[in-house]
Design a protein around this ligand. Structure first.
Ligand SMILES: *[C@@H]1O[C@H](CO)[C@@H](O)[C@H](O)[C@H]1NC(C)=O
Ligand SMILES: *[C@@H]1O[C@H](CO)[C@@H](O)[C@H](O)[C@H]1NC(C)=O
Ligand SMILES: *[C@@H]1O[C@H](CO)[C@@H](O)[C@H](O)[C@H]1NC(C)=O
Length: 979
């Protein structure tokens, strides 16, 4: 019994332990594998109960993002165990109520984002423990008011965003934020404030940035010194805010003020306030025609001689003549005319007086061409020698004439992107020798000439993305010796002329994605002198149909990033075996969406430095990854093998990825995953197996166990993983007991036996008390010293016979037996229990002793004798001696005829009777009782004396001496048949 019991215990212990170990996976969150135990995102889980989201996160959590969930309520102490939490984002949920102690214990919290919810109010002690909070966003909620002391417990707060609520009472807000001695930024845009009435002048010195845009401000109603500490003031889109609101308000400390879309008359404003004109943003202040602008300039000039910036965006300006800004103070730094309706740059002639500016921007205007600005053509042409940054983005420029930038020869940054430039004169960029960044992307360029970029000897970044270029002619980039980034993506390039990339000696990033390249011309890349780091060849038309021995990248030994995804329209089809040869420094390789039907087992052999490999949807149908295909990727840390049709995740294929940290196997078709293979990845921390048809069958019991009890590997949303066979069941808890049925059966039987024993033993004990007691004595007698003593004593027995009888037969014993055996010359020494048993001794002991200290045991058998259990014991003992010691000790004397049936119930007696003869007491019904009785006594005396068999006498029938054959089993039957 011990063995199964032990197993039972062991199983119980194991089950107990199972409860203790927790999985590394989270029900509703994903741990950022780069910030283990720290950063968690729990987005779009359809979970409304916040504790169901956070209850399995480790208490070490540093940042938790819970967004896009139907959470409406945050209960008390929802995060109380996260003592290390510093960042909590709860945006885009449906939170309307937050219990007062919801954020209890978050002593370390530094940022709390509650934006985009339906919060109606903040309970007074809500932020009580957040002593270290510096950032709080309540943007886009339904707050109507703030409690006066709501922020008194967050003294460190420096940014408070209350944008997009229904706040109306500024003085109340001012009072609430007055304890915030470090508050720097306060955003109150998109509320319903009508004034800044604030009787106690409660804003702190720290408050430098105040956003009040899009409220309902009609007056400011604030004290003279209200803006004393404010640097940035946004009052835009308070459509009714009049100029007179500023009367008596000190604006001298402002550094930037936005007044767009207000009722402020800007010239009046300048005249009536002490504002520093340099800091006023004149955007959207209604300065739509030249005369208004001239008025402005005069007003400005009245105040200052110089200013650094002039911002005139969103004013609907259609035309600016040379005189327009003539009256303005000298602008030294920047002019911004974006979002107007200018049609012509006029070579910046309207800036003639301000030719020292460094930045000019006219984005989002209506320019249709950039004319030539060569001094030769126009004598009044001004040169902007200091202009470095020029932007004409978002215009409608179709053509750029030659020498278009001759008047701005020192440009470093030129943005012509997002136009419709189809004609870029080959001399358009002539003279721009200092240009570092040139943006020509998103235009309609078709041709680049070998002199287009002739002068750009310092160019570092050239962006030509999304044009219509189809051929790169020889020496197009010949002079771009300093170019590091060339973006030719999104063109129609089908080929390069042999020297098309010549001269790009510093190039480190080359984007050729989204073109029509059909092959990778290795001859081109020798131009890069081994400096190229990133090469993007996504979405071209590269395709290999048969195994060719090409190694196009063999010269790119420094390349670290290679993208080959999505070759149109058929994909790469085949990955030639030496395709990646030479890419010794490659760290990232992208091969997604490529219909590859065969990946040679040595395809990746040269990529020993690879860290990142993505193969999402790279292959056709069911991927047959060859054993050892990743064998050299010893540095791979992240593998995205999503939707590859992987059917079998095996050690042979994935087993060598010893540094692998993140593995995405989602959307594959394996029904099970070999746990051995997973265990072969010692550094694995993140495993995504979502949307795989894992079956909940015995095949996966090991996997289930592994996913639940591996302390290291996060299995993304493990608890949501459904069973393939029954999708309403979950993989993590499918019933594996059926898989242990044999053990179960074993345990069942064991248990049943044990229970049965415990149940039956007491019953047996009660029922068979005497039998057991007897057996005990037999045993004791057998093995004890006494046993041997008794046997020795037997030789010189104390008694000749022990007479066993029932008390009802005592009369016969005393009157017949005793006189005939003890008296009248026979002088046998008889043992009679009522006379010779030791007083005080256990009766059973007495019987045993009597049987063993007598040479014979004479049983006086009567109906009553048979009924007496004492007798039973005596017969048993004596017959034991008869059968097992082969000593004839037992003599049966039948006092009355006892039916055979009755005797047969005494099994042992029947056996005795079969083996031995027995004496029948001749009763009075005999013809001559006296003679028969004499014979009886003689027979008995002889039997006691000799111990031999009772002899039968054929002639003395009336003695009724019955002799039975000793060996017939058939007689056994006869006994039963006798009536
Ligand atoms: C962890 O979260 C914090 C706060 O959200 C963030 O600043 C930090 O960059 C994150 N760490 C990593 C490794 O992403
Ligand atoms: C609060 O922040 C300061 C410095 O940023 C830090 O020293 C202190 O330990 C933080 N307090 C708590 C309770 O974490
Ligand atoms: C803003 O306040 C005015 C009165 O002060 C009220 O009529 C208007 O409905 C409020 N607007 C919103 C969006 O609450």
């Amino acid at each position: 019994m011990a063995n199964p019991t032990c197993q039972l215990l062991a199983v119980t212990v194991v089950l107990g332990a199972v409860q203790l170990i927790t999985s590394y996976s989270f029900k509703n969150c994903i741990e950022d594998p780069r910030a283990k135990g720290k950063n968690f995102t729990c987005i779009n889980r359809g979970e409304s109960n916040i504790s169901a989201i956070v209850d399995d996160l480790p208490l070490s959590a540093f940042s938790i993002v819970i967004a896009i969930n139907p959470i409406s309520h945050i209960p008390n102490r929802a995060f109380e165990n996260f003592l290390n939490l510093e960042h909590l984002k709860l945006d885009h949920n449906h939170i309307s109520t937050i219990d007062e102690f919801a954020f209890r214990n978050l002593m370390k919290l530094r940022s709390l984002n509650l934006s985009c919810n339906y919060i109606l109010e903040l309970k007074p002690s809500l932020f009580e423990d957040l002593r270290n909070l510096t950032f709080l966003s309540l943007t886009n909620n339904r707050l109507k008011m703030l409690q006066v002391n709501i922020f008194s417990t967050v003294p460190q707060l420096d940014t408070l965003l209350l944008r997009q609520n229904f706040l109306t009472n500024f003085s109340q807000i001012a009072q609430s934020v007055s304890p915030l001695r470090y508050l720097k930024t306060l955003d109150l845009c998109f509320n319903n404030l009508t004034s800044l009435n604030n009787s106690n002048n409660l804003l702190n010195q720290s408050l430098n940035i105040l956003y009040l845009c899009r409220n309902n401000l009609i007056s400011l109603g604030c004290e003279h010194s209200f803006f004393r500490y404010v640097h940035l003031l946004d009052l835009s889109n308070n459509f009714r805010l009049p100029t007179k609101a500023f009367q008596g308000v000190d604006l001298s400390h402002l550094r930037y003020i936005r007044l767009s879309s207000t009722a402020v008359k800007i010239v009046d404003f300048l005249n009536t306030t002490n504002i520093n004109v340099d800091c006023v943003d004149f955007s959207a202040t209604g300065l739509k025609n030249e005369s208004l602008i001239k008025d402005l300039c005069r007003a400005l000039k009245a105040k200052v001689q110089r200013m650094t910036k002039l911002r005139l965006c969103h004013n609907g300006i259609t035309n600016l003549t040379t005189k327009a800004l003539y009256d303005c103070p000298k602008i030294t730094h920047a002019v911004d005319l974006s979002h107007n309706r200018l049609k012509n740059t006029k070579c910046l002639s309207f800036l003639t007086k301000h030719n020292n500016i460094q930045n000019f921007s006219a984005e989002h205007n209506h320019f249709i061409s950039l004319p030539s600005c060569r001094r030769k053509n126009r004598t009044d042409m001004v040169t902007f020698n200091n202009l470095e940054n020029l932007s004409y983005r978002y215009n409608r420029i179709l053509s750029v004439s030659c020498y278009a930038f001759s008047n701005t020869p020192n440009l470093k940054w030129l943005q012509l992107n997002i136009n419709t430039i189809a004609f870029l004169n080959r001399k358009a960029l002539r003279g721009l020798k200092k240009l570092e960044t040139l943006r020509l992307d998103n235009n309609l360029l078709t041709d680049l000439f070998n002199d287009t970029f002739e002068d750009q000897i310092n160019l570092e970044i050239l962006n030509l993305r999304n044009n219509q270029i189809s051929v790169i002619f020889n020496n197009t980039f010949l002079n771009l010796r300093k170019l590091t980034t060339l973006d030719l993506g999104g063109n129609k390039i089908s080929h390069f002329e042999p020297l098309g990339l010549e001269g790009l000696h510093s190039l480190s990033k080359l984007y050729l994605d989204g073109n029509n390249l059909k092959q990778i011309d290795s001859s081109l890349y020798h131009a890069f002198q081994n400096k190229l780091r990133a090469l993007d060849l996504q979405r071209n038309q590269i395709r290999f149909l048969n195994e060719t021995d090409i190694s196009p990248f063999v010269n790119l030994s420094k390349l670290s990033d290679l993208k080959l995804d999505g070759q149109r329209p058929y994909g790469l089809t085949l990955l030639p075996r030496n395709f990646f040869r030479g890419l010794r420094s490659l760290r990232s390789l992208y091969l997604t969406d490529n219909h590859i039907s065969h990946i040679a087992p040595d395809a990746f052999d040269d990529l020993a430095g690879l860290h990142f490999l993505t193969l999402i949807n790279c292959c056709v149908g069911v991927a047959q990854l060859q054993p050892g295909v990743f064998k050299n990727l010893k540095n791979l840390t992240k593998l995205i093998a999503e939707n590859m049709g992987i059917q079998n995740f095996s050690k042979e294929v994935f087993g060598n990825l010893t540094q692998l940290h993140t593995l995405q196997l989602n959307r594959n078709v394996m029904q099970s995953i070999d746990v051995d293979a997973l265990e072969n990845l010692p550094n694995l921390h993140y495993l995504d197996i979502r949307n795989t048809p894992l079956t909940c069958t015995c095949q996966n019991t090991k996997l289930q166990n592994w996913t639940l009890h591996n302390p290291k590997v996060q299995v993304v949303y493990l608890y949501s993983q459904p069973c393939q066979n029954e999708r309403k069941h979950k993989f993590y808890n499918f019933d594996t007991r059926i898989c242990y049925i044999d053990l179960g059966e074993y345990l069942f039987i064991t248990t049943a036996v044990i229970i049965a024993l415990f149940t039956v033993s007491p019953i047996l004990y009660v029922k068979l008390y005497w039998k057991l007691k007897y057996s005990y004595y037999v045993f004791r007698a057998w093995f004890s010293e006494q046993w041997r003593r008794l046997r020795e004593e037997e030789e010189k027995c104390k008694y000749d016979a022990f007479i066993s009888y029932n008390s009802s037969d005592e009369q016969w014993v005393m009157e017949q037996l005793l006189p005939n055996l003890e008296g009248s010359g026979s002088s046998f020494k008889l043992c009679l229990h009522h006379r010779d048993f030791e007083l005080g001794r256990d009766i059973v002991d007495n019987i045993v002793s009597a049987v063993y200290s007598s040479r014979k045991t004479v049983c006086v058998v009567s109906q009553n004798f048979l009924r007496s259990e004492w007798c039973s014991l005596e017969i048993q003992l004596a017959s034991y001696r008869l059968f097992d010691e082969h000593r004839d000790v037992l003599l049966l004397v039948f006092l009355e005829p006892v039916s055979e049936r009755k005797i047969s119930t005494y099994h042992r007696m029947r056996k005795v009777m079969l083996k031995k003869t027995y004496l029948q007491w001749p009763g009075s019904d005999c013809a001559d009782p006296t003679q028969a009785q004499d014979l009886f006594w003689n027979q008995l005396r002889r039997a006691i004396r000799t111990g031999g068999q009772l002899e039968t006498d054929e002639d003395e029938r009336c003695i009724n001496l019955v002799t039975e054959p000793s060996d017939t089993e058939t007689l056994d039957e006869t006994y039963y048949l006798l009536p």
